[in-house]
Design a protein around this ligand. Structure first.
Ligand SMILES: NC(=O)c1ccc[n+]([C@@H]2O[C@H](COP(=O)([O-])OP(=O)(O)OC[C@H]3O[C@@H](n4cnc5c(N)ncnc54)[C@H](OP(=O)(O)O)[C@@H]3O)[C@@H](O)[C@H]2O)c1
Length: 212
């Protein structure tokens, strides 16, 4: 598939490398292409452009920017370039204030997630929350002693979630579909939980798994 990635940070680069590894075509979008110079050198098949270039290119688009900038980044990407497309929303609404005893602060509430805000603003886009509740280092085919970890997803469009589920399967995840966009209210805060062992004892290699 053609994957457009809006972002130049760790998540954007890890996922881009993963998509390339699995044979997809990738364009990353950034406001500052020089940030991706080393990545481009190491991954010559990746194309680099502006946010709008990534949005236009992608059959599936990944949103991987700072949560507080997500709305601005999507505006710059262009609603018309994203219309009718699946957008994998990896972002978290992390506030600027520092964590309290290793517990991140969010600028959203349990009644209003970031993804719902984005879904209301960009009505023609099929957002699917995914990849937000694990660190970038374990996003692509992580090898855990406990087997395949679980990825919680949510979104209003069944076809979009089917597409994302296929990609998650390639990336070595078991998919746990939590339903419509409102479920992002609980999936986004899972990042807070995931980060606690990291801040407490530098343990950043773990993931969630649902047992049945
Ligand atoms: N790091 C992780 O392990 C991890 C794991 C799960 C989820 N997440 C979430 O995934 C997202 C990406 O995380 P990250 O660590 O890769 O990168 P990040 O440092 O959170 O964000 C970097 C990206 O945000 C964009 N950005 C920042 N300010 C902006 C503004 N004012 N307007 C437009 N764009 C702006 C940057 O654009 P330019 O390219 O133009 O500079 C860059 O692409 C975040 O929401 C984060 O919470 C991160």
């Amino acid at each position: 598939m053609k994957i457009g990635i809006i972002g130049s940070g760790e998540v954007a680069k890890r996922l881009a490398a993963g998509f390339l590894k699995h044979g997809h075509e990738v364009t990353l979008g950034t406001r500052e292409a020089n940030k991706l110079a080393d990545f481009a050198k190491a991954n010559p098949k990746a194309k680099i452009g502006r946010f709008a270039d990534a949005a236009k290119f992608g059959e599936v688009v990944v949103l991987a920017v700072k949560g507080s900038a997500a709305s601005m980044a999507l505006e710059a990407a262009g609603a018309a370039n994203l219309a009718g497309k699946t957008v994998i929303d990896t972002s978290n609404p992390i506030a600027d204030a520092p964590p309290e005893n290793g517990v991140l602060r969010y600028f959203t509430s349990l009644e209003n997630s970031l993804m719902e805000q984005l879904q209301k603003q960009f009505t023609g886009v099929h957002f699917v929350k995914a990849f937000n509740s694990v660190g970038s280092a374990v996003m692509v085919n992580p090898q855990f002693e406990g087997g395949r970890p679980s990825m919680f997803i949510a979104g209003n469009d069944a076809d979009a979630k089917k597409t994302v589920s296929g990609l998650l399967d390639q990336f070595g995840w078991e998919v746990e579909d939590m339903g419509s966009a409102e479920a992002a209210r609980v999936i986004e805060p899972l990042c807070i939980l995931w980060c606690i062992p990291g801040f407490a004892r530098n343990d950043w290699f773990h993931a969630f798994k649902v047992l049945r």
